[in-house]
Design a protein around this ligand. Structure first.
Ligand SMILES: NC(=O)c1ccc[n+]([C@@H]2O[C@H](COP(=O)([O-])OP(=O)(O)OC[C@H]3O[C@@H](n4cnc5c(N)ncnc54)[C@H](O)[C@@H]3O)[C@@H](O)[C@H]2O)c1
Length: 243
């Protein structure tokens, strides 16, 4: 998604808890054509730590005197039956999957208000925010994603109106993908927590998706192409929740 925004001329800053970006980030950076005018930068930040998030977001906004959009995608996964889930693990998961989205969003919204930018945000929820995946035991992850869908609606309502001073008018939507082949899911397969064949069968298209298939959705949600869309949850799940 970051790559898609760069190709459209965006200056994109990726935040992740890892000290160094993963290889796919470097590959994306090498593919970038400077003629598009975009750029791809990396910053280490823990989205569950408000000081960390505010520090990075504030510095990006003050350097550019604007901040146009946010894609909040950081999340963690843990497959543990509800009967065995420790309260520490519940708090850890919510601190990233829910609080992390809220902290990132409000940090960006503060800058959008400050620089009077009618920005747009996309929270990465999941189809798991609306369904229980058959046979996949992840009660806290799934409910954390339901919380993201609900947060989307509330922040859309709070920040949607344009004020007389020209601030506000911020749009907030969520995106609910289906199964995507990413390191998170590879780990689920490796640990035997999920079955590839079953996940393929879950989809009406009979396959698992790839990250590239969400590129256009990111661009759509962050650009003026979706100018009359806010408080919505865009489901792109190969039909998994439709049957
Ligand atoms: N893979 C899927 O099938 C699938 C389906 C639906 C939704 N999603 C959602 O898509 C998003 C991306 O997931 P993914 O599959 O690429 O997972 P991933 O594990 O491959 O990537 C998640 C990233 O979040 C980072 N992260 C974790 N904790 C963090 C923290 N505290 N601060 C900052 N960064 C942190 C990780 O380092 C990692 O780079 C997540 O929100 C996930 O819930 C994934």
């Amino acid at each position: 998604m970051a790559e898609g925004l760069v190709e459209a001329g965006g200056k994109v800053h990726c935040l992740d808890i890892l000290p160094e970006p993963v290889e796919s980030f470097s590959c994306a950076r090498e593919r970038i054509n400077p003629e598009h005018g975009g750029a791809l930068e990396y910053h280490q930040a823990d989205v569950s730590n408000s000081e960390d998030v505010d520090r990075v977001i504030e510095s990006i906004a003050s350097e550019n005197k604007r901040l146009d959009g946010l894609i909040a995608a950081a999340a963690i996964q843990q497959c543990t039956p509800a009967l065995e889930y420790s309260s520490t693990d519940v708090a850890r998961m919510l601190s990233v999957n829910y609080t992390g989205v809220l902290l990132s969003a409000r940090s960006c919204a503060r800058q959008m208000y400050k620089y009077k930018i009618q920005g747009s945000m996309c929270f990465i929820a999941s189809m798991s925010g609306t369904i229980a995946n058959r046979g996949f035991i992840s009660p806290v992850y799934n409910s954390s994603k339901a919380a993201v869908v609900q947060l989307t609606k509330n922040l859309a309502m709070e920040w949607g109106r344009l004020k007389e001073d020209g601030s506000g008018g911020i749009r907030v939507n969520s995106l609910s993908p289906g199964h995507i082949l990413t390191p998170m899911v590879e780990e689920n397969f490796r640990k035997g927590e999920a079955d590839w064949k079953v996940w393929e069968e879950n989809s009406m298209l009979g396959r698992i998706s790839t990250p590239e298939e969400y590129k256009a959705a990111g661009l759509f949600l962050l650009s003026r192409a979706s100018s009359y869309m806010t408080g919505s949850n865009l489901i792109m799940d190969g039909g998994t929740t439709a049957w």
